[in-house]
Design a binder for this molecule. Structure first.
Ligand code: PLP
Length: 393
C-alpha cells in the first residue's frame, strides 16, 4: 500500500479531531453545554428556492435524465448559465467552454493545482491559510512556499513575496474573504499583486497563475470583494456553493478558467485532464440543475452578521484581541499564551472548542467559527470571560 496515503488517512485534521471530541462531549453533558466553534459548517438554511427547485425537479417525472450522467465538465445549459452570470455580475467575458463543474472548492482546487503544476514547481500560500492547501499542493507534486501576512489583518507581505517568487513558482493561492481571518484583500493590494506577478512572469519567462479560492465570495458584511480575473489575466477561479447557498454536503462548485489566461483553451483541457485523472467527472446531476437556478443567490447572511457583532464586541470587551472580520464566518483571535494548542486545551475546561491556528500557518492564534446558533455565542460569553480571568486574574 501507499504509506504516504496511509499516513495522511491516519492523521485527521485538527478541526475534525475537535469536531469528534465535541460529539463525544455533547453526548456526555448535553449539546447545549458545549460551545463548539470548530467547523465551518453553515448554520443557516439554504434559500427557499434551493429546496423548491429540488422538489420540482424530483417530481418532474424525468427521473432517468435527472439522475443520469452529464458530460464530464457538467451539463452544457448549466455551464452556460454560470458563464452568463459571471459576465453579467463581473464584466468578464465568459462562456460554457471556460466552466468545469466540480464537487465543491476542494475538487476545484485539486484539479486546478494538478493542471498548473509540474514536478518541482512551487505554489505560494499566503498565511494564514486553509490547511488542506498543503495536502492539495503535495498531491499536485508541488512544494509550498508560505508567506505570512503582515499587520493586524495579515495583509500580503509584498517585500517577502517579491523575494520568494522564483523560476519554479507556478501559482499563488488567494483566498478572499479569508478562512481563517475573515479579511478581504482590497482592490489596491490585488492590483499590486497583479503587477508583481506580471513582472516576475516576464523575468522568469513563465506564466504565474493566481488561483482564486472563493467559497466565501458572497459572505461579506459591507466590503467589496474585487473580482480577480478583471485585474489579472492569468487567473483561475475555484468557486463553491458550499457556503453561499449553505450546501456543503451536496458537493457542488466550479472552476472558471478566465478566457484572458494565456492559452486558455489548453489550460481548460489541462483542468479536464487533471479532473479526469482523479475521477472527478460529472458533478452531481441533480445539484447541477439546482445551481443553474440559484447561482448568485445567498443564504440569509444577516444571521452571521448578528453573530459576528455579538462575538466580536463581547470578546474585545472582555479584553481579547482580534480584528473584526469583514467576511466569511470566522474570527481570528490572539491566544492568551504563545502556544495556541495549550490555550485551546485550557479552553476545553470551559467547554469552549477553538481551533489552534498552527496548521493554518500562523502561531499564537485561534480560529473561532461563528456559523453557529446565536444562543451558542450568547451562552459561551461567560466561559470566554472565565478563561480570560484564569490567565489575567
Ligand atoms: N477553501 C476554503 C478556504 C475553505 O474554507 C473550504 C472549506 O471550508 C474549501 C476550500 C473547501 O470547500 P468545499 O466544501 O466547497 O469543498
Amino acid at each position: 500500500m501507499n504509506k504516504k496515503m496511509m499516513n495522511l488517512g491516519k492523521q485527521p485534521s485538527v478541526i475534525r479531531e475537535i469536531f469528534e471530541y465535541s460529539n463525544k462531549r455533547k453526548s456526555e453533558i448535553g449539546a447545549d453545554k458545549v460551545y463548539d466553534f470548530s467547523l465551518g459548517n453553515p448554520s443557516i438554511p439554504a434559500p427557499a428556492l434551493v429546496d423548491d427547485t429540488i422538489k420540482e425537479l424530483a417530481s418532474s417525472g424525468d427521473s432517468v435524465a435527472l439522475h443520469g450522467y452529464t458530460s464530464a465538465q457538467g451539463a452544457m445549459p448549466v455551464r452556460t448559465q454560470i458563464a452568463k452570470n459571471i459576465t453579467k455580475r463581473f464584466g468578464v467575458e465568459a462562456s460554457a467552454q471556460n466552466i468545469y463543474i466540480t464537487c465543491g472548492a476542494a475538487a476545484s482546487l485539486t484539479s486546478t493545482l494538478k493542471a498548473v503544476c509540474n514536478d518541482g514547481d512551487e505554489v505560494i500560500l499566503l498565511a494564514p491559510f486553509f490547511p488542506e492547501y498543503s495536502v492539495f499542493c503535495e498531491n499536485a507534486g508541488a512544494k509550498t512556499q508560505v508567506v505570512l501576512g503582515v499587520g493586524d489583518n495579515f495583509a500580503p507581505d509584498f517585500d517577502t513575496l517579491s523575494k520568494v517568487i522564483n523560476k519554479n513558482t507556478a501559482a499563488i493561492i488567494v483566498n478572499s474573504p479569508n478562512n481563517p481571518t475573515g479579511a478581504i484583500i482590497p482592490q489596491s493590494d490585488i492590483e499590486k499583486l497583479a503587477a508583481l506577478l506580471k513582472q516576475k512572469s516576464e523575468e522568469f519567462g513563465r506564466t504565474i497563475y493566481i488561483v482564486a479560492d472563493e467559497p466565501y465570495r458572497e459572505l461579506t458584511y459591507g466590503a467589496d470583494v474585487p473580482y480577480i480575473p478583471s485585474l489579472y489575466d492569468n487567473t483561475i477561479v475555484c468557486y463553491s456553493y458550499s457556503k453561499s447557498l449553505s450546501l456543503p454536503g451536496e458537493r457542488i462548485g466550479y472552476v472558471f478558467v478566465s478566457p484572458r489566461c494565456e492559452c486558455s483553451d489548453d489550460l481548460f483541457a489541462a483542468i479536464c485532464g487533471a479532473a479526469r485523472s482523479m475521477g472527478y467527472v460529472c458533478a452531481p446531476s441533480l445539484m447541477q440543475r439546482v445551481i443553474a437556478k440559484c447561482d448568485g443567490m445567498t443564504s440569509d447572511i444577516s444571521l452571521y452578521d448578528k453573530n459576528r457583532t455579538l462575538l466580536y464586541n463581547s470578546l474585545t470587551e472582555i479584553g481579547y484581541s482580534a480584528v473584526k472580520p469583514e467576511g466569511a464566518f470566522y474570527l481570528f483571535m490572539k491566544s492568551l499564551e504563545e502556544d495556541a494548542n495549550a490555550f485551546c486545551e485550557r479552553a476545553k475546561k470551559y467547554e469552549l472548542l477553538l481551533v489552534p491556528a498552527d496548521s493554518f500557518g500562523a502561531k499564537g492564534y485561534v480560529r473561532i467559527s461563528y456559523c453557529v446558533d446565536y444562543d451558542t455565542i450568547k451562552n459561551s460569553i461567560p466561559a470566554f470571560k472565565a478563561l480570560f480571568e484564569e490567565y489575567k486574574g
